[in-house]
Structure formats: structure tokens, C-alpha cells
Design a protein around this ligand. Sequence first.
Ligand code: MRU
Length: 320
Amino acid sequence: LGDEAAPLRWAEGALLVLDQRALPAEERWIECRTPDRVADCIRSMAVRGAPAIGLAAAYGMALAERGGDDLAAAAELLRATRPTAVNLGWAIDRALEAAGDGTLLELARRLHREQEEADRRLAELGAERFRPGDRALTHCNTGALATGGYGTAGGVLRTSWERGRLAQVWVDETRPLLQGARLTAWELHRAGIPVRVVADSAAGGLMARGLVDRVVVGADRIAANGDVANKVGTYPLAVLAARHDVPFYVAAPVSTIDPRTPNGAAIPIEERDAAEVTETAEAFNPAFDVTPAELITAVFTEAGVLEPPYGESIARVASG
Ligand code: MRU
């Protein structure tokens, strides 16, 4: 892997998916030549992170077009893979709008470039809220692996570091799949940023001891009222941050905002296999939770920093 661990590559008529389940121990690429194969990669979380699964689906639509498949069927197959991240449906809808003129590969590549641009911009805006010496806490993985670009919350951390506005990052290990301990710690370490992994349940104690200056996380869907769905365990962090007067930021591209979802209660929360949590007992395994808008200090997007009242600030930037 080069400096930048890119989750998706297009080569010789195929989409190559970096298998994030094997990282960081092993670099394994999955070659996809059909939308079915791309759908498998999204469902099994070989590729994950809201913007990255949207891009994978866009390439999946391009593969369907090249293979002469029924595009509506491919769209439904890809859309059904994971329910919470709205970037998935957003990218598929862009592909359906453009369908018919043989340019879906071009579209996927353009969305990929635009993701990188959006990430860079929101990272710049977010970094302005950081101060030298800050110790930030983050959850899940929101870096280049999760977006195909530079990262959302992960990008904010990297830019803050480059600007001398960050001292270290506490990374929640992020149960049950360890996106924090495996992926975020690895990415930030490669960027030269001092990282300490903590058990998810350690966050409260860290805040109580005054060891956290800011929390920054990504998002899988932002409702019209500013409620945010993100990796399970995000909501308790927001509650703790409010209790300890620590700013709680969300970083996400505008494509993560869903003006058609009125509030958090209307966001579908994915439930995954119990085996991800335990092999030996019944389990309940929601992959996401919802943080109410009132606990969010600001949302960093490429179109600007959104602040309360979110109903208004979101309506100004949402694409409809
Ligand atoms: O289940 P995952 O690993 O796909 O969940 C990812 C997250 O919750 C991220 O925080 C979110 O997608 C934002 S990524 C830029």
C-alpha cells in the first residue's frame, strides 16, 4: 500500500475493492466484474464507510452498464445492501439519472474526485475549530478508507495536525468490528499523528479527567432537523461530551444530508448478525445509533460549517 490506503481502484474493466476486514494485517484486493460482486463487498463490509459504499455502488452501476444488465435491478440490489448510510442511495440515484448514455464509469470517477474535493474542503473548515494542544477523541473509521478521498472526521484530524492544531487523538476501538482500533489507529499512525486506542467504555473516564478537548465523528445520515446517525456508540459520546462541556463535532459531505428524512426516528438502523457480537449467546447488534441535534456543536461540510438551529442551516445547503 502506498501512503494513501485507497479503498477502491478501477483497473482494466474491474473494480478492485481493498478488503478492510483483513486490515491492517493483510492487504487483500477483491476483483469485482459484476454488480453482484460489488453488492457482496458492501454487505460483508469488505468496503465500508458511508461515502465509500456510495462510490462502490456507483462503480457497481458502471459494471452493470458495461455488462448490459438491467440497471433498475442492479440499482435495487445495491441499494438493499445496507440501509442506514444515505450516500449509498444518493450515488445510485445519480447513476440512474445519468443512465442511458454509456457514461456511468465516467460518473463514478467524477463522484470519486468530488468526494476527495469535498473531504479536503470540510477538513479545512473543521480544522479552524481546533486549537494547538488539542486532544481529540474519535469513533469508528472516517479516514480515506471510509470515503475514497481524504476522510471526513479523519480528514479534519489530519488537517488539524498539519496546521499544528492537534496534540493527539484518542481512538475508540469501536466494537464490535474494531474499525477504530484496526483502521483509524493505523491510518492516523501512518500520518504521523500520536494515537492512543481506548476501549469504547473508557471515553467517560477520559472526559471526567479533563483529557479530551474535542470529539469529532463522521455520519451515515443527517436528517433534516440535524439528528445524526453514525456508528453505534456515537450517541453515548455525545451525551458524555455535553456532560463534560466538550465540543462535539460531526464531519460529513453534503451527500450525507437527507432532507427527505425529517428526524432521527425516521432513520433506518441496520441490525447485523449476532455473530459479530458473540458466538455463544443471543445478541442484538444495531450497527448505528442516533445523536439528537441538540447535542451537536457544529457540522463540518464542504458547503460550510452548520450550526444550530439545524433545520435552517441544513435547508440552506441540502441538495434536495
Ligand atoms: O459500519 P461502517 O463501518 O460502514 O460505519 C461507518 C461509520 O459509522 C462512519 O463513521 C461513517 O460512515 C462516516 S465515514 C466517513
